[in-house]
Design a protein around this ligand. Structure first.
Ligand SMILES: [Zn+2]
Length: 85
């Protein structure tokens, strides 16, 4: 599946085939901006489809695979590797 970057309000980022509710298409520059000022946001990866997400929480159900509570916390290094930064 073709994965793209989406952004939400308050710096949230999603990288996947599906777009979380309320998110809009974004760029890698938007991701860098979120990484500069993460606040209380954490890094998340879907255990089923490997979508990744920056936010205080994760989308449930996942916008791509529709599984519930399928995200685990990851670190910034893994996040950057997956998104290609
Ligand atoms: Zn998923």
């Amino acid at each position: 599946m073709n994965k793209t970057i989406f952004k939400g309000s308050a710096g949230g980022i999603h990288f996947g085939a599906g777009c979380p509710k309320g998110f809009v298409p974004a760029t890698k520059a938007d991701v860098e901006n979120s990484l500069k000022n993460p606040g209380k946001m954490k890094f998340w990866r879907c255990n089923v489809c490997n979508d990744i997400h920056i936010g205080t929480g994760f989308p449930s159900p996942c916008p791509t695979c529709e599984h519930v509570n399928s995200y685990v916390e990851i670190n910034e290094k893994e996040f950057r590797k997956i998104i290609g930064l």
